[in-house]
Design a binder for this molecule. Sequence first.
Ligand SMILES: Cc1cc2nc3c(=O)[nH]c(=O)nc-3n(C[C@H](O)[C@H](O)[C@H](O)COP(=O)(O)OP(=O)(O)OC[C@H]3O[C@@H](n4cnc5c(N)ncnc54)[C@H](O)[C@@H]3O)c2cc1C
Length: 531
Amino acid sequence: MPDYDGIIIGAGHNGLILQAYLGKAGLKTLCIERRPVAGGGLSTVEDPRHPGFLHNTHAFFQRAITTMPWYADLALERHGARYIEPELNVALLTSDGRALEWWTDIEPTIASFAEFSRRDADTLRRWQHEFVPIVQDILLPESRSVPLPPDERRALLSRSAAGRRLLEVSALSPLEFVHREFEHPAVQAGLLFFNGLREVDLRARGFGHHIAALLASPAKAQMSRGGSAALARALEAAVRESGGEVALMTEPARILVENGRAAGVETAEREIIRARQFVASSLNPSQTFIDLLDGALVPRDIREQVERFQYNLLAPLFALHLNLREPPRYKASADYPELARAFMVIMGLDHVDQFHDIVRHHEAGTVPPTVMWGACPTLFDPSQAPAGHHTAFMWEKLPYRLHGDPANWDGARDAHGETMRRLWQRHAPNLSDAVVGSFTRSPLDVERCLPNMREGDLLVGAFTNDQVGFNRPFRGAGTYRTHIPGLYLCGSSSHPGGNITGLPGYNAAQVILGDLGATLDAFPQQHARAG
Ligand SMILES: Cc1cc2nc3c(=O)[nH]c(=O)nc-3n(C[C@H](O)[C@H](O)[C@H](O)COP(=O)(O)OP(=O)(O)OC[C@H]3O[C@@H](n4cnc5c(N)ncnc54)[C@H](O)[C@@H]3O)c2cc1C
């Protein structure tokens, strides 16, 4: 193996984005990935029993990818990426046959809210209006840069009216926010569901701004044409164009540290790969600091912080995937014909109080009454199924430790898939004849496939007050640097966290290039920020 300037561990989208930027800056890099394909959560697989039916087994709804700075910087459309943003972005189907709708445009969204509560529709307009500048001027820039220490951030925010308003609203919990501001139980439930998607503990103070921020965000759900893996392929192409290499089916055994600096990686095959300047890990803190570093190199306080790192109780997902002769046709379309083109569809959720029940079940390791959401991707991208056919999926938040042990999922998967199918069929009766194949995936399957998603946590670490921003993954490692010079973090355990945002990788690129004294047009102010 030749020597490299840097080695990146894990070829998920964050690792690949970091690598492509470093390549553009002229660095010679290698990314090592344990799986036979790159992309991590950007995964599209063909059903082996039914050729031509493609399924996105991890990330599918991707927020505002086309507005991300890396999407343009890395010229991903030139490398084949294409995104679709359906106008009826989200529809919540209630058990009494109504639909609460979020459109990419705020006006039809407000009209839909008004069918449930005139007052809630007015409240929605007010919060959306008030938070647009807060999102644009504060929250978006914060997500795209190295986090400030909490005291400095608070002092900075306190200097402007918008900043003070943000601090005031975030002092609430999401539950307090919706109960204070909205009145209709289905509207409250729908809004919290959006917040739940971000996996914040709804009871946790410090996150009260999340709902208002989502309402005001330009970030609507999009999907990748050709499947989520098409974005991974475009990222890989950008990496290779910039001279980067990706070694698949290569697992690190340890990170080499020489003279106090990260110096490379030894693989499970006992191969030594040297890195002149840095090693960056997109894995979780236990993998990086405990599995891959010699114990003598990890001071006790860091080891203790790593051991305390929490994964999301509520993040694990169970998935039911269907191959179909025709798309689901929802009963509610009789009154809401636009549902035939709905993107994300939510079922089983009628009342805000169901969240308490879901949390209780997750704590006990039992299965709550089904609340599920999903899509029929082929309505918008027929290339994901054979001609005239469709694929569709539903996800449900279910506990990782089913009845105390994740291994119980292997025996319980099919029966649970059947429970979900029955609920789906109640809303879309044509599913009784339309299904030509199906499979399920449990939270344990997620962890088996992507071990960085420990306990099935797809956000790779809980969003709690001491694990966000400067403190993510923990205090002292929140600027993508670690206690070992030349060893960096670049995955979802770092700010701003999980989901397909690419921002941990994007921010880590700014820091690493700043530390190396390298420059890139994309990051004109990197030295000032990263220093
Ligand atoms: C069922 C499910 C549904 C989801 N839905 C959405 C969604 O709709 N929208 C959304 O935005 N997000 C969604 N996510 C979350 C999203 O997939 C993740 O948050 C995102 O993939 C994290 O990106 P990453 O690059 O940090 O890590 P990953 O994508 O997990 O990439 C990490 C890479 O590291 C590799 N790796 C792990 N361990 C090692 C090792 N020891 N050695 C070498 N390589 C290793 C992995 O194989 C992987 O390729 C979903 C996830 C799941 C599981």
